[in-house]
Design a binder for this molecule. Structure first.
Ligand SMILES: *Cc1c(COP(=O)(O)O)cnc(C)c1O
Length: 471
């Protein structure tokens, strides 16, 4: 593709994206295809000769779009959001345009130095300690794995124990497996049955028991905003125990951490500056930065670098040898790395602190309104704590999953569920880049109408455009 052809098709591709985003509400949120539909629509064999780019764009509409679940649809309330935004898309495009691979400082100094500066900016925006050393990872799962490898480097692997709760993200158990520890290395700390936050007294009990048996408390993972219900573990109390018993404290704030850009959420960082050895959050969830972008900060990167640095001759260079630069390859599992800092930079520059705050505050406000509507409706119950953008609720009658499936099949909204004890709850995660009050109201109307139809024996989804809103 010549630069002139690139210019032409590039403009078409950008127009395609702009049209897609402008019309996104016309698509069913959850893809309606059946398994194999997309595969069957694609040729079995690759083309012998190159094809026109216009044909690719046409197939994007014809084959790919029907198989897309529209994460940027304002009616997407499933899982947690995975925000995209104009500046992030452009930042990613520019990163692709440069086509650099930033494994070493020397392989593109700006790739490394912009990353160091931008993760420092984000630490400032979130009120995280100035002394933290940050790095961009693909995901929170990778960040937690790196934290665990660093913790094991510090503690030794022998008889190491890792403390989690039933609410800790599954990526921590996966990290324990990848790190080669056996399943017995995981100690499950009790949670407060009401808040689902880690019980520090139980952590103290388990650590003392383990120490008495000659085991090593290697790492505790505290979660700020659990995936199931956004419970917040008491980081400071956990941190004091980690300090006393020599355990590494990793704080997983994958979803909720970015809320600290608003001063009213400064409390979610309580204990982080004093006690955290590592902390991660995902701008790719709720901070307008296209997937993938997790930021991991470490109080001291030395154990991680000891765990991960290997110096083959073909990667040696004068800058690395001088010790004056960071080689981020030693801060992650793969060698090669994308220039992700560019999209985080374009996002922070485009929105500024105030724009990011407005984004978070809007969703928190919508979630509080939604929770109030649910609380006022006798047909539903709502779980009490919902400080961020997630509200867990359930119909008092009937099967919540059946209601959810009917709503999701309508194409107007997309919800997912969780289980607390043996009860199923629906999760309404409000945080889409384009989600406004009218979308949340329309979703609530459909949920109420769907429940009413289910309760009266109806099975089809009611289109409830004329049901008055409850304020
Ligand atoms: C989403 C989530 C993760 C996993 O995030 P990835 O970036 O997809 O690996 C980890 N922890 C928590 C608390 C999460 O909500």
């Amino acid at each position: 593709m010549t630069p002139e052809e690139f210019r032409e098709y590039g403009k078409q591709a950008v127009d395609w994206i702009a049209d897609y985003l402008a019309n996104i509400e016309k698509y069913p949120v959850l893809s309606q295809v059946s398994p194999g539909d997309v595969t069957r629509a694609l040729p079995e064999t690759p083309p012998e000769r190159g094809e026109p780019f216009a044909d690719v764009l046409a197939d994007l509409d014809r084959i790919i779009l029907p198989g897309i679940t529209h994460w940027q649809h304002p009616g997407f309330f499933a899982y947690f959001p995975s925000n995209a935004s104009g500046p992030a898309i452009l930042g990613d495009l520019l990163s692709g345009g440069l086509g650099v691979q930033g494994m070493l400082w020397a392989t593109s100094p700006a790739c490394t130095e912009l990353e160091t500066v931008v993760v420092g900016w984000l630490a400032r925006l979130l009120g995280l300690p100035g002394g933290f050393h940050g790095v961009i990872q693909d995901s929170a799962s990778s960040a937690s794995l790196i934290a665990l490898l660093a913790a094991l480097q510090r503690s030794g692997r022998d008889r190491a124990r890792v403390y989690l709760t039933s609410e800790t993200h599954s990526s921590l158990v996966k990290a324990v497996r990848i790190a080669g520890l056996d399943a017995g290395a995981v100690r499950t700390v009790a949670v407060d049955p009401a808040t689902l936050a880690m019980d520090p007294a139980d952590l103290q009990r388990l650590m003392a028991e383990d120490l008495a048996e000659g085991l090593t408390p290697a790492m505790v993972c505290a979660t700020v905003g659990t995936t199931s219900t956004t419970a917040v573990d008491p980081v400071a109390a956990i941190g004091r125990l980690c300090r006393r018993h020599g355990a590494w404290l990793h704080v997983d704030a994958a979803y909720a951490g970015v809320a600290a850009v608003c001063s009213e959420f400064a409390w979610i960082n309580d204990g982080v500056a004093e006690y955290a050895d590592s902390y991660c959050t995902n701008p790719h969830k709720w901070l307008l930065t296209n997937f993938d972008c997790d930021v991991l900060w470490l109080a001291d990167p030395a154990p991680m670098i000891e765990a991960l640095s290997i110096q083959p001759e073909y990667l040696r260079n004068r800058a690395s040898g001088s010790g004056a630069v960071i080689d981020y390859r030693d801060w992650q599992v793969p060698l090669g790395r994308r220039f992700r800092a560019l999209k985080l930079w374009t996002v922070i520059r485009w929105y500024g602190r105030q724009g990011l705050q407005a984004h978070i505050r809007n969703h928190v406000d919508l979630a509080q309104r939604f929770a109030a509507w649910v609380a006022q409706d006798p047909a539903f119950e709502v779980r009490e704590a919902h400080p961020f953008g997630l509200v867990c609720f359930r119909p008092r009658q009937g099967d919540p999953l059946e209601l959810m499936e009917r709503l999701n099949a309508s194409g107007a909204l997309y919800l997912t569920h969780t289980k607390i004890g043996d009860r199923v709850w629906l999760r309404m995660a409000i945080g889409g880049t384009y989600t406004e009050l009218r979308h949340v109201r329309a979703a609530w109307d459909r949920i109420r109408a769907g429940q009413a139809a289910g309760a009266s024996g109806g099975t089809s989804v009611v289109h409830s455009d004329d049901i008055p809103y409850m304020e």
